[in-house]
Design a protein around this ligand. Structure first.
Ligand code: MN
Length: 249
């Protein structure tokens, strides 16, 4: 009989961090980060990022840092400041923390192909304090109350887990808390249509020559990197807006 195989393979079959994220992508073809294992960040503030993503359907990727990865949800309509509005948030695979600086274009044919805008970013904390432990606890219970300190989003929101679909994906609801940043009259996704990092619109990002990482640093919203050289006829400012709106389902 052949030598008996070691019985210790079970631990090796445990899901590695970011395994699904990596499986879906060809990093020789997309400029998205391949992801590396992050060390302990428990002593640091927890970061969040929201990316507006014009893939086959426009959505907002809502990502919360926890345990060295970005827990991620796809929110088709984006966040709302109206506490009466419940926004569907479909949980997707964890993303690497380096994804927080990604703005650009994922090539067509690649997973999630389309334009990605850094729509908001900042730090967040569990509503009742307690740091990452409290976030982890809320996430596991499916009742995650957080306070966001972003440029576009501030104050309390809650993510409530509803059910899982056939594939095991969890559906959550993203709801604004009734606090002093709540405002039923303010349509944030309609009002805020530029990058928090570069000030660019979706069309400007899509047309950008550098389909690469944006700098971590905030740029001036009006900053224009390129000058002259290209004679590009009439500017299509209104067309840009129309396209951005059309992308909304
Ligand atoms: Mn996405």
């Amino acid at each position: 009989m052949a030598a008996r195989k070691r019985a210790s393979t079970k631990a090796g079959t445990r899901t590695k961090p970011l395994a699904e994220y990596k499986r879906k992508r060809d990093f020789t073809k997309t400029a998205e980060p391949a992801g590396k294992s992050a060390g302990s960040r428990s002593a640091r503030a927890l970061h969040f990022v929201i990316q507006k993503h014009a893939a086959s359907h426009l959505h907002y990727d809502f990502r919360l840092e926890l345990d060295g990865v970005m827990k991620s949800w796809a929110v088709p309509k984006g966040p709302s400041h109206d506490p009466a509005v419940r926004r569907l948030a479909m949980e997707v695979e964890d993303h690497p923390i380096e994804y927080n600086t990604f703005e650009g274009t994922i090539p067509k044919g690649q997973y999630g192909g389309g334009t990605v805008m850094l729509w908001d970013r900042g730090t967040y904390e569990p509503e009742g304090g307690g740091g990452a432990d409290a976030v982890r606890d809320g996430y596991e219970r499916g009742d995650l109350k957080i306070v966001m300190h972003g440029k576009r989003l501030q104050g309390g929101w809650v993510l409530v887990r509803m059910r899982r679909d056939e594939s095991g994906r969890a559906q959550w609801l993203l709801i604004k808390h009734r606090d002093d940043t709540a405002n039923p009259k303010y349509d944030v996704t309609e009002e805020i249509t530029t990058s928090v990092a570069s000030g660019r619109t979706m069309d400007q990002i899509a047309g950008g020559k550098s389909r690469v990482w944006n700098s971590n640093r905030d740029e001036k919203p009006a900053a224009k990197k390129k000058s002259g050289a290209k004679k590009s006829g009439a500017k299509k400012t209104s067309a840009k807006k129309a396209t951005a709106k059309k992308a909304t389902r």
